[in-house]
Design a binder for this molecule. Structure first.
Ligand code: NAD
Length: 424
């Protein structure tokens, strides 16, 4: 495990220095990092993952520092094009550290497949007939995936739901499958297809759709963290963050942005580890609806001591096998860096990152607002676009902030000034 996820000055290091610092913190050899070079993912390998492939698309991959999850330090791999995300997660993790960092837990990794039965004349009786033959159907489903069963997974239960639609009542058979370290879509879809004929015969109807549900509400990962009042900025900041959360809980317009902040962290780790971002996002959106109303995925409260406590519970269908996880070199390296041995470990780290990201955004919004940080990043981008070196950029950004002038013409004149030996 990462001996210490708190790496001083990490943000200001060069990429090579960061690789050495991570090696020092974790004992990794250089092999892991060579997997993160864009040249490690050959277009010919990429062509096996998708279709009509012309090349590969690269994104920055970094690690969030300062994370402690269940008492163990961890470096959280994140792939994102959005500035500030990794820094913000690291910052929030630092604020969580003095009170023990993130505490996580989860359900068993249960995914569900749905089989839609149509043309059933007696839906209620059909439901009973299917449940009477539950164990036979489960055995048939399990026979499709001996590997999974051998690993301790397989069908955990079968449920039947009746859904009243506009013109008819559908009988829906749900296979609840423990998918162990897989995301599980292919695994459960195969099972659903294999048993659909049998259940259709039992129901005396026809099977139509046979596919997993991305509302993975039986596969929940939870994270909780206490954020130190003083490190947050004092009692008023705690109260204002709670106001910010309460608005998200009450108003869907705010909740959408609040949850987007959570997903900034979640999707970055899901993507870095080669997992299916859309599956996790679909699970999150469906989970954010309670009693028909879209709301906040997280909850923030004040502890008896006046600190802030945040909790985030959400579906987390991610795997260590299948999809791109084993094929994409950077995804494999990211999984190594995260040092996870089960999909559940990974799911819990992801939710911790989501909670950290959420807190960081709320804190900025409840204090200085987002623009200050964004404008300095904007200034950095302008300087880079003008061809400034890192040293020149530093000086240009400082001047732009001082002058509150974020214009490209000003960047170019400052750069010319520096290069002509000006005082800046
Ligand atoms: P998969 O079928 O490639 O791998 C899962 C299989 O690996 C299991 O069935 C099992 O036989 C085997 N396995 C070996 N070691 C295992 C272990 N330790 N734990 C569990 N299984 C183990 O992949 P998958 O996870 O079933 O499916 C994931 C892929 O499905 C992703 O690429 C996803 O994008 C895609 N997908 C998603 C959707 C959706 O979300 N709606 C639909 C279809 C496909």
């Amino acid at each position: 495990m990462a001996e210490n996820s708190r790496i001083a000055g990490f943000r200001n290091m060069t990429v090579a220095q960061r690789r050495s610092a991570v090696t020092e913190a974790t004992g990794f050899d250089g092999e892991v990092f060579s997997q993160l070079d864009s040249s490690a993912f050959e277009p010919t390998d990429a062509a096996n993952l998708s279709e009509n492939v012309l090349g590969v698309f690269s994104l920055p991959l970094g690690v969030a520092t300062n994370f402690t999850v269940n008492g163990t330090d961890v470096l959280v791999p994140m792939a994102t094009e959005e500035a500030s995300v990794i820094a913000a997660a690291s910052n929030a993790a630092r604020i969580a550290r003095p009170k023990g960092g993130f505490v996580t837990s989860s359900t068993e990794p249960i995914m569900q497949a749905q089989i839609q039965l149509i043309n059933v004349g007696d839906p209620h009786a059909a439901r009973s007939r299917i449940l009477e033959r539950k164990s036979e159907i489960i055995d048939l489903a399990n026979a499709q995936d001996p590997t999974l069963v051998e690993l301790g997974g397989g069908v955990a239960d079968l449920e039947v739901r009746l859904v009243d639609a506009r013109t008819t009542t559908y009988v829906l058979v749900h296979l609840l499958v423990d998918v162990r370290d897989a995301m599980g879509a292919n695994a459960v879809n195969t099972m659903a297809e294999a048993v659909s004929g049998t259940v259709a015969t039992i129901a005396d109807g026809d099977a139509l759709l046979r596919i997993l549900t991305n509302k993975a509400d039986r596969r929940i990962a939870r994270a909780r963290a206490v954020f130190d009042r003083e490190l947050l900025g004092g009692a008023e900041v705690v109260d204002n963050i709670i106001h910010a959360y309460e608005l998200a809980a009450a108003d869907p317009y705010r909740a959408a942005t609040h949850n987007k902040g959570i997903m900034n962290g979640i999707s970055a780790v899901v993507l870095a580890t080669g997992n299916d971002t859309r599956a996790v996002e679909a699970g999150a959106h469906s989970h954010a609806v309670i009693d028909g109303r879209y709301t906040s995925l997280s909850v923030f409260e004040k502890t008896a001591e006046g600190d802030l406590v945040g909790t985030l519970d959400m579906p987390m269908p991610v795997g260590l096998v299948g999809g791109a996880t084993k094929v994409h070199p950077a995804a494999r390296a990211a999984l190594e860096i995260a040092e996870v041995s089960t999909a559940t470990d990974l799911a819990e780290i992801i939710v911790a990152a989501g909670l950290a990201q959420n807190l960081a955004a709320l804190r900025v919004l409840a204090t200085e607002g987002v623009q200050r940080g964004h404008m300095s990043l904007h200034a950095k981008n302008l300087a880079a676009a003008a061809g400034a070196t890192p040293e020149e950029t530093e000086s240009i950004v400082a001047t732009l902030i001082e002058e509150k002038a974020f214009r490209f013409d000003r960047v170019k004149s400052l750069l010319a000034e520096i290069r002509s030996g000006g005082s800046r």
